[in-house]
Design a protein around this ligand. Structure first.
Ligand code: DX5
Ligand code: ZN
Length: 214
């Protein structure tokens, strides 16, 4: 099932709650919340207290993407703040099995992300336990970068191994690249810049869905 997850990294943080409401009204399926610690990636965003505050602004699932060095330590905070899907990086310092167990023990869905330079085979041992695999299509850290089409074989590989798993792509998704990613087998599409810079976000999300489904 195709899902569009607008990344609030490109939103106006000064009116975050309103931006979340607006995305829900525009047809978003979930909301992608980028958490950066200034260590795992060279940028800082927000933490669990802010997630907790914006939780009441929307009934959509919160798709929390942790770009932090020690996700294990912060999973309980994000779970109780209202995250629904918690995705962490294979390249982080946390043990993958223990972190997936912790996320599941808190009743949340677990995603595992890989950076562009990481071989996709690292996720194979965990495929049966994961709810989602996130194939990064840019170097994590910033919005507005160009889509890396050479990541598509990773998507196709996972789709072939695990036909029913959610495969998310994140970075540079727009009206052109979404079709490429969908054809490779992705079904969950994060998009920041293309949606938030659109003069008509509702039409953009509708167009993205049609392209991803076509
Ligand atoms: C990048 C983040 C992305 C980012 C995508 O590190 O993980 O979620 O917001 O933004 P766009 O769609 O603008 O590339
Ligand atoms: Zn992200």
């Amino acid at each position: 099932m195709v899902k569009i997850s607008p990344s609030i990294l490109s939103s106006d943080y000064g009116k975050l709650a309103l931006e979340l409401k607006r995305m829900q009204d525009c047809g978003a399926d979930m909301l992608h919340i980028d958490v950066m610690d200034g260590h795992f990636v060279p940028n800082l965003t927000l933490g669990a207290p802010i997630v907790k505050c914006i939780r009441k602004a929307s009934s959509l699932p919160f798709d929390v993407h942790l770009m932090i060095s020690d996700p294990y330590r912060y999973i309980p905070d994000f779970a109780s703040a209202g995250a629904d899907i918690i995705t962490f990086h294979y390249e982080s310092d946390s043990d993958v099995d223990a972190t997936v167990d912790l996320i599941h023990s808190l009743g949340k869905k677990a995603g595992l992300a890989v950076k562009p330079k990481t071989d996709i085979s690292v996720v194979y041992p965990y495929l049966d336990r994961l709810d989602m695999v996130l194939v990064m299509t840019v170097e994590p850290g910033f919005g507005g970068q160009s889509f890396m089409q050479d990541m598509m074989p990773k998507v196709a590989d996972i789709r072939q191994r695990k036909p029913e798993i959610d495969i998310q792509v994140d970075g540079g998704i727009n009206a052109d690249t979404i079709s490429v990613a969908a054809q490779a087998g992705a079904n969950v599409f994060v998009s920041g810049n293309a949606i938030f810079s659109s003069p008509d976000a509702e039409a953009t999300i509708r167009d993205f869905k049609a392209k991803a489904e076509g």
